[in-house]
Design a protein around this ligand. Structure first.
Ligand SMILES: [Fe+2]
Length: 220
């Protein structure tokens, strides 16, 4: 890797870590979710043969995938009941908001695209663009799988976590509709090969040393 590229990489990491820290300060639940998703997606990317550098970049994108939620009102963000149609549409702006912030920070387009398209669905029913199949960037297709898996296996105010088996069944039900079926297949194999795949719910982030726990994730 040339010096110019590694310097650019370092700048990008610094910006993304700062943004991840801003998520931690604004919304602890989203921050902890993002850390787990980063680990899941990094494991998945390595499993399908991505090199360490690219898998690490994908983990960094995962750390900020819900960055746009920092601009969504608390009344919507923390609502424990079902969202109204209007609230749902407001919430669905978060990939675009996140992507705009990243564009403003001049990070490479890989990160912008991954964040922008992480709610697209294989059959085209997702948002914001309604892309389908391989028109959805590979990084975003990987992230979608990790993201949904963590939501299913997490405790939320409105729901209990699913077990690993129940989560597997739910994921399978979304094969070819929500998820790239081939990638989902690989993910399910990874689950099989990895005992205790589900990460603990409460990470101990250190307020005065926020870089350390995140660095631990991305150096895997
Ligand atoms: Fe999201």
């Amino acid at each position: 890797m040339g010096i110019a590229r590694s310097e650019r990489d370092q700048e990008t990491r610094t910006v993304l870590f700062s943004l991840a820290q801003s998520i931690q300060e604004r919304d602890r639940v989203t921050y902890e979710h993002s850390r787990r998703v980063a680990t899941y997606v990094q494991r998945l990317a390595r499993y399908i043969g991505w090199n360490r550098h690219d898998a690490r970049d994908l983990a960094l994108a995962a750390m900020v995938h819900d960055l746009g939620k920092t601009w969504i009102a608390n009344t919507i963000l923390n609502k424990s009941a079902a969202l109204s149609e209007l609230e749902r549409r407001e919430m669905e702006r978060h990939p675009v908001i996140g992507a705009r912030i990243l564009i403003g920070c001049e990070v490479p387009s890989f990160f912008v695209e991954t964040v922008l398209y992480h709610h697209e669905a294989w059959d085209g029913h997702g948002y914001p663009a309604g892309l389908s199949g391989e028109d959805i960037p590979l990084s975003a297709r990987l992230l979608t799988i990790a993201d949904v898996y963590d939501v299913l296996t997490s405790q939320r105010p409105y729901k209990a976590p699913l077990t690993e088996y129940a989560a597997r069944d739910r994921m399978l039900a979304g094969s070819s509709t929500s998820f790239d079926p081939q990638l989902l297949d690989v993910f399910l194999h990874l689950l099989n090969d990895t005992p205790n795949f589900i990460l603990p719910q409460h990470v101990c982030a250190l307020p005065h040393q926020p870089m350390e726990p995140m660095a631990a994730i991305v150096d895997m």
